[in-house]
Design a protein around this ligand. Structure first.
Ligand SMILES: Cc1cc2nc3c(=O)[nH]c(=O)nc-3n(C[C@H](O)[C@H](O)[C@H](O)COP(=O)(O)OP(=O)(O)OC[C@H]3O[C@@H](n4cnc5c(N)ncnc54)[C@H](O)[C@@H]3O)c2cc1C
Length: 386
């Protein structure tokens, strides 16, 4: 039977980034996915890098990701369409304005240069922005990229190095012998390895449960849409009116927004991803935000599932027991984080330690999280959040 140094469970962007770094460092790596490569959240993302002003404890890791993004096209040898033109949070009403002022105080706990601007200054930066914009937060750092191209770039760079991806091969169980990982069980049989990286998003908790490990993640469904190409309007990563809106290199306006629907998942079963009336609501709010979009032609829409932890932060954890097991998940901002998470997870697997700043991001922080945390938050299947 063929054996590997590392099996990565999940060919999303976190799994592919981890696999690429480990293969590059000399390990023999196999990536297994229940479906097609990056068919889930990773190719459905809007494509922003968040510098995590919202959760300062993970900002140092996001800033490491930012450094890696700057050299990623050269590193991988394929285009990601990384555009580093800053990020804006705009308030369209008094309520949003007050929320952003509060958020700005949290943002200031990081060492990222955030500024609070008035509406006129924001409209100078984005001339198509509605007259209703009262102001908001700005940083010239951060940026966005193309999620499909970036996932593809990580996948291709990994296989260029000799790495192997097996699609439609769900992992049903992580196998352990004498307290150490020995492989995984799939419907096609066992595959042996010395280490496993669980990068299966909201499926991580299901695979960890047999070890008595509680990884509190709630799956939530997000909807997105894209228009046909428009003339150049803005280059920043824009957030406002409950939406994330960016313009792609080809000119398409790409956006996503709430309300978001909490759901449940099962191993080996693909979650339904219907689009709903929310899409029409997203388009209406986009036009309110940038009236020029009234002339935009709606091209296509989709939904994707992301995994949210109680504190909405990234988790990267290496287990002492079973030995040889690492898990990573990013609470719905894993696209931007992926270059740094890949470095951290691969180093934890291969060296037992990492140079990435993840001290505050281990699973240990959930030691006291009650098992009914989802119910308490009303983050249960069938509930919506904005
Ligand atoms: C509409 C939308 C917009 C978003 N916008 C942004 C954004 O602007 N910026 C940002 O940073 N993030 C964004 N995100 C979140 C981002 O997409 C995710 O955080 C990121 O893609 C997570 O990557 P992942 O590899 O952990 O998960 P995924 O891409 O979901 O990959 C997990 C993989 O694991 C596989 N898997 C699951 N169970 C098993 C199993 N048992 N065996 C084998 N394989 C298994 C799945 O098939 C899947 O391919 C957005 C997400 C959505 C849906």
């Amino acid at each position: 039977m063929q054996s590997y140094d590392i099996i990565v469970v999940g060919a999303g962007i976190l799994g592919l980034s981890t696999a690429y770094r480990a293969q590059k460092a000399g390990a023999k790596v196999l990536v297994l996915d229940a479906g097609a490569t990056a068919y889930e959240a990773s190719s459905r993302a809007t494509g922003y890098l968040s510098l995590r002003g919202e959760t300062p404890a993970e900002s140092p890791l996001a800033q490491e990701a930012e450094k890696l993004w700057d050299g990623l096209d050269d590193e991988l040898g394929y285009p990601t369409e990384w555009t580093q033109k800053g990020r804006i949070w705009a308030a369209l009403d008094e309520h949003e304005f007050a929320d952003l002022q509060k958020l700005y105080r949290t943002f200031q706990k990081t060492d990222v240069p955030f500024e609070f601007l008035d509406g006129a200054t924001m409209r100078k930066m984005i001339p198509c922005l509605s007259e209703r914009c009262l102001g908001g937060i700005w940083t010239n750092r951060s940026g966005h990229a193309n999620p499909q191209r970036t996932s593809q770039a990580f996948g291709w760079a990994f296989t260029d190095l000799g790495g192997e991806i097996r699609e439609y091969t769900p992992v049903l169980e992580v196998l352990v012998e004498a307290g150490k990982v020995k492989g995984v069980r799939t419907p096609q049989g066992e595959i042996h390895c010395g280490n496993v990286a669980l990068c299966a998003a909201a499926h991580n908790p299901l695979l960890l449960k047999p070890f008595g490990i509680h990884f509190p993640l709630a799956p939530v469904r997000l909807e997105a849409l894209v228009t046909t190409p428009m003339p150049p309007l803005f280059e920043q990563a824009f957030i406002g009116n409950g939406l994330s809106i960016r313009q792609t290199k080809r000119g398409n306006i790409h956006m996503n927004g709430g309300p978001y629907e909490w759901i449940n998942l099962e191993i080996g079963r693909e979650a339904a991803k219907p689009t709903t009336q929310t899409v029409r609501n997203i388009m209406r709010r986009a036009i309110e935000t940038m009236p020029v979009l009234k002339g935009a032609q709606f091209l296509r829409c989709w939904a994707g599932i992301v995994d949210i932890a109680p504190d909405q932060m990234t988790t990267i954890h290496r287990f002492d027991s079973p030995e040889g097991l690492v898990t990573a998940a990013c609470s719905g901002h894993g696209f931007g984080m992926s270059p740094a998470v890949g470095v951290a997870a691969s180093e934890l697997l291969m060296n037992g330690a990492t140079r990435m700043p993840i001290e505050q991001l281990s699973l240990d922080r959930f030691r006291d999280t009650p098992s009914d945390w989802r119910e308490r938050r009303r983050w249960e299947a069938g509930q919506y959040n904005t």
